[in-house]
Design a protein around this ligand. Sequence first.
Ligand SMILES: C[S@@+](CC[C@H](N)C(=O)[O-])C[C@H]1O[C@@H](n2cnc3c(N)ncnc32)[C@H](O)[C@@H]1O
Length: 342
Amino acid sequence: MTLDEKREELAAAHQLIQAKYDAGVPFFTKVLFRDLVRQLESNGNPDQKVSVAGLDGLAVQFPVETGQEYPGYSSNNDDRVCIITKPRLLYRTIQELLAVRDPNLYSVCRAYLPVEVAHSTQVRDTQTNELVYPWPATDYATVRSRFEQAKRSLETSHNFAQLKAALTSVVLSPGNGVDKVVALACSTMTWADHDGAMPSMAQHILALTVRDVLARRYAAGPQRKGVPEIQCYAQDPMYMPIDEQVLDEAGFIVLDDPRAFLEVDESSVVIAIAPDIPIRQIVADIARPAIMIWEKFDVTDTYRTDPVSPRVKQMMEEYIELPFPSEPEYFGNLAIYVRRGG
Ligand SMILES: C[S@@+](CC[C@H](N)C(=O)[O-])C[C@H]1O[C@@H](n2cnc3c(N)ncnc32)[C@H](O)[C@@H]1O
């Protein structure tokens, strides 16, 4: 294909993508995520491929590389090996799908894909087979005790008292309940540096606090020991085994990408702070959660990893904004969004 032909194909892709977007066709769907989860779960064959349908209706195949050695890494590190682990998704915003690309560097078959399949990696010591953390990390006992300490201290803090009061003022219409809190992109708690680990700890503790306050008022889930149950889910591809263990013990169900998106529905609270994937664009396509706690909405915020889009703007108009008690160190500039009329 000549460069001019490639350019024409990319222009045609943009036209079709824009037309579908304007017509309201969702780009991220639970059907797509469910299908990807099904394909990833049936993985086991090293030659397996995962097929992703593009917006042009054509499928693109991605190889599953789990278990293979990451090429290039070990040549400079005799005592370490880098292994390709869990598949994860790359989510592409409407801005990325419509961006003008250099036809020399861009493959036309990717142009129609809101989602691509990539992988996480793990570095191991070749002698001991132990996991080598890519950042200065601490051990399980320290993470667990810091988490418990942070929970005690935040739960009795002035800010959390204000947060609880704000959540108590939330009014959902009768018959509308909350049965889960979905915490996305809260990052790893394993940083050796205490201050470095605190935002992640605080964000997970926020999810537990939201669960506890709302359980007393709105739980729609089954009751356990007479108390309505709200389940907490957490998803972040950055989690290490220590995160998973501490979160499991704290009452979270940790999910691999993209399973947490399958839990997002009308009875969920979604928490997402500074994600580096377009969570607002994904949520705008898949559901209208009861409550969302995330970055304070700014219509001009269209350039970052979770940019505002016309659909995000439309979704946000369906929500009432409540102030989130300021704690910029751990949470940034957040707001609480409650679905109007329910
Ligand atoms: C800029 S960091 C913010 C971390 C943390 N929320 C904070 O405020 O410090 C972005 C986070 O998004 C996470 N992330 C990337 N892809 C994700 C996915 N598919 N699902 C959930 N989280 C994801 C990254 O692993 C990372 O922890």
